[in-house]
Design a protein around this ligand. Sequence first.
Ligand code: IMP
Length: 240
Amino acid sequence: NNSWYFRNSLVRANYKNFEKNIFDDISYLEKFFYNLLSDTKYELKNRYTHIDYVQSVTSIDSKCKGCTLEEQAIINILKVNPAINQEEIAKQIMEDYKGKDIVFLCILKGSIFLTVELAKRIKNNIQFEFIEVSSYEGHESTGKIKLNKDISGVIEGKDIIIIEDIVDTGRTLSFLKEYLLDKQIASLKICTLLDKPSRRVMPIEVDYIGFEIENKFVVGYGLDDNQNYRNLNYVGYIEE
Ligand code: IMP
C-alpha cells in the first residue's frame, strides 16, 4: 500500500495523470484480488477500499479547480468574485462616459483579464492601448518603475481610462500619471481590480475599484508570481 502511494505521489504534479493512475491501480488491484479471491472461492467484498483516497484528492481539487496538487497546497482563494464587480464598474463607466469613445490603457501584463472582461460589458466604442511597466521582483516591490513597452497609438485628445490589476504602493500609477501629463490627453481616470490601501506610499486617487484587499500577495486573474498563475480564473493568495 505504501509503495502504491509513493509511486503515485511521484506523478502528483499532473493531476489528470495522477487520477488516471489511481484508477488504473484500482482496477489492477481489483483484478489481482478478484483473481486471488475467486481462486479461493471468497466473495469480493469492499472492492473500493481506495475510493476514499481518490475522493479526498478530488475534494482538494474542487478547492482550486484545474490546479496541480502543488498549487493547491499553496494557494488559498480570496473571497472575491471579479465577475460581480465588473458588471457594476462597467455600468458606472457607461454612465460617466455617455456618448463618448474611450481608450482603455491596459497595463501589461496583469490587467489583461480585467481589460477584456470590462470591455465586453461596455457599449461605448473602446480603443485599446497597451503599456508595459514592472516594479516587482518576486513578492517585493523594488520601488523603481521600468518602462518595458511603450504605447504604440495616438492618445492625444482622447479620454483615457488606465486599467490596472492592483494598486499597491501607488508608485506605478504615479509614474504613469506623470508620464501621461506630457501627452495632452482629454481626460484620465483610473480603474483597478484590486486595491491594497494599507501598502500605499504615494497618494493616488483611483476612480473605479473592484475590491479592497488586505496585505496579502495575490495571484490569478492576470496577477502573477514570477510570471506564474496568471490564468487562474479567480484571485488567490500564496500561503507564505
Ligand atoms: P505598485 O506600483 O506598488 O502600486 O504596484 C503595482 C504593481 O505591482 C501591480 O501592477 C502588480 O504588477 C504588482 N503587484 C503588487 N501587488 C501584487 C500582488 O499581490 N500580486 C501580484 N502582483 C502585485
